[in-house]
Design a protein around this ligand. Structure first.
Ligand code: 5CA
Length: 436
């Protein structure tokens, strides 16, 4: 993409409505614009990052055996009356009447809809296990939408739902998602710590939140420092490995504010990390909470009907965009990890109109495009300072600067956004660095 064509409305000044750094930078980098309280337009740069995050989530869900579906955003209220949540859910649920005066709602979550799909289509224990997920928009009429996409009213969520015949197998499905989450967040350059949690309006007896540490996080968190150093597990093949990994991760102390026990904290001494955190994922095991009232059962091995055991597994896909920025930025702007960057490489032409610079830039741009590397070529007729500032603001991980002096010597300047160290490299060497 050429900067001269890209719809990228960057802002020089800090917008006054933004209280936290990720919100400020998302507005300044032209990623999002607010439409109404807690409801956002995603502009091209923001959409690219959102799609990259969704792709990683999707790959790890598929690898863990979940299957992608798409459920409606507008749901029928009748299903929620069956589960008992229509009245329980409260004012966070946006309720709508259609022209026939039927109760409809904009889905805040999809346990009812997916349970309905299950009961209408799966009849035997032989068809289990199943795990169905979607990456789709939710609406929750939050009392206080704030911090930009971090606590929106409309937001993108990955929600997965598992169905199993008994507790042991259902717990196994939970464990699979647990490990998939550790891998998913690690691929985005995040350290997400699993913490035992309350299950709230989703329900159930077993629940973990995945929390990224950041000063602006909404919750206070406490954990053993070893959890910050643990690498994410490899793809798990054997069930025994899986249980071993879960046991290991959950053996260390980790708690959010409400669950924190100061006595335990005291005992941990210097090993205790106390910080603030952002909840980027939340998994729930709730057994028969929905399958019982909604009569989602299968024929078991003995011929009797048994309600299925379920869990649900959420990731805040749009919240992650903000969380990654909170975890990775400096005074000049965003520092994207390569895996989610909207463009992996930026080319800065210091003197558009100079034949040597134009040829070198066009040549490099063409080669990178041919290699299918997402590249942004700043070909605008702007001062170098403006181009450097924009490239850093929008967080492009590798930057190649091409100017008349370098072209005369056959070299370019190669810079990594992290650390900011600059190197002089021959044009081909810069290309190879990026290709590697
Ligand atoms: N049905 C379950 C799991 S599929 C569920 O809804 N879980 S949840 O309520 O915990 O939401 C899952 C994730 O969505 C949260 O961990 C959080 O990262 C994200 N999320 C929740 N509310 C918001 C919001 N208002 N704005 C942005 N992201 C949100």
């Amino acid at each position: 993409m050429r900067s001269s064509r890209l719809f990228l409305p960057t802002l020089k000044e800090n917008p006054s409505e933004a209280q936290i750094v990720s919100h400020r930078l998302m507005l300044r980098a032209g990623m999002v614009r607010q439409h109404a309280a807690g409801i956002y337009n995603w502009l091209p740069l923001g959409t690219m990052v959102l799609n990259n995050i969704a792709r990683i989530v999707r790959e790890e869900q598929n690898a863990a055996g979940a299957q992608e579906i798409i459920m409606p955003t507008i749901q029928s209220g009748d299903l929620w009356k069956e589960s008992g949540r229509y009245d329980d859910y409260g004012p966070e649920m946006l309720r709508i009447k259609d022209r026939h005066e039927r109760d409809m709602l904009y889905g805040p979550t999809h346990e009812e809809v997916v349970t309905d799909i299950f009961r209408n289509n799966i009849k035997s224990y032989r068809d289990l296990p199943k795990n169905l997920y979607q990456i789709h928009w939710k609406f929750r009429d939050e009392v206080r939408p704030r911090f930009g996409v971090m606590r929106g009213r409309e937001f993108l969520m990955k929600d997965a739902y598992s169905f199993d015949i008994d507790y042991a197998r259902s717990k196994h499905a939970y464990n699979q998602m647990f490990v998939a989450y550790l891998r998913t967040f690690a691929r985005m350059g995040l350290k997400a710590i699993p913490m035992k949690a309350d299950s709230g309006p989703i329900g159930g007896d077993l629940s973990h939140e995945f929390i990224v540490l950041a000063d602006t996080g909404e919750s206070a968190v406490f954990c053993h420092k070893a959890l910050l150093e643990k690498p994410a597990p490899d793809n798990v093949i054997y069930d025994a490995d899986l249980q071993h990994i879960i046991d290991d991760w959950t053996s260390y102390y980790a708690a959010t504010d409400e669950k924190h026990d100061p006595a335990v904290g005291e005992k941990l001494g210097a090993d205790l990390v106390s910080a603030r955190g952002i909840e980027v994922g939340h998994i729930f095991h709730f057994g028969k909470k929905y399958s019982d009232p909604m009569k989602a059962s299968v024929v078991g091995p003995d011929g009797n009907q048994v309600p299925v055991m379920m869990g649900s597994y959420g990731i805040g896909v749009s919240r992650l965009v903000g969380a990654i920025i909170e975890a990775s930025h400096d005074e000049n702007g965003i520092i994207w990890p390569d895996s989610v960057a909207p463009f992996k490489v930026g080319i800065i032409n210091l003197k558009p109109g100079d034949a040597g610079c134009d040829t070198a830039c066009n040549d490099l741009y063409a080669k990178l495009q041919k290699a299918k590397i997402d590249v942004l070529y700043d070909d605008r007729d702007e001062r170098p300072g403006v181009k450097f500032a924009d490239m850093d603001l929008i967080g492009i991980p590798s930057q190649i600067v091409i100017g008349p002096k370098g072209v005369a010597k056959g070299v370019v300047e190669f810079k990594r956004r992290t650390g900011g160290a600059k190197e002089e490299l021959a044009l081909d060497a810069a290309l190879n660095r990026v290709l590697a």
